[in-house]
Design a protein. Structure first.
Length: 148
């Protein structure tokens, strides 16, 4: 399954795009952007076309789960801090944050919702159009609190 909604969500500070793995291969933004790419543990990395507008890619691996189980790797507080640092490093230049996971519905939407809440005080579009992973959302929001 690819994202149920692939339009760019415009914001006053930065815009967001939530996509799935299939969308990654077709991603060609014409503005300076960063990519937060999430795959399943041990899965191959998502591939992106070359772009002179891409400022960086942060690659993470964790399962789409909200409750810890012995065989499930969740987003960790360290991963969340890495996302915050990556975004801070590029925020002055990036006009678009692309959040990608396997389906483009849950983990990537959780990242986008938390970042939009932190940067723009608005996460509503992500809860309207997607199903943000609540663990990802809460863990990343906790990491952003240290930045306020």
């Amino acid at each position: 399954m690819d994202s149920i909604y692939r339009e760019v969500i415009e914001g006053p500070v930065v815009s967001f795009q939530v996509i799935g793995r299939a969308g990654a291969m077709r991603l060609l933004p014409s503005v300076p952007h960063i990519i937060i790419s999430i795959t399943e543990p041990r899965a191959p990395e998502a591939r992106y076309p070359e772009s002179p507008h891409r400022l960086g890619i942060l690659r993470l691996q964790f399962h789409d789960a909200e409750v810890p189980l012995p065989d499930r790797a969740l987003l960790t507080p360290e991963d969340a801090r890495a996302i915050v640092e990556f975004v801070k490093r590029h925020l002055g230049e990036a006009r678009l944050i692309v959040c990608q996971c396997e389906g483009g519905v849950s983990r990537s939407a959780g990242v986008a919702a938390a970042l939009s809440r932190w940067l723009q005080n608005d996460d509503a579009p992500f809860f309207r159009y997607y199903q943000p992973n609540r663990h990802v959302y809460r863990t990343l929001l906790d990491a952003t609190m240290a930045e306020k």
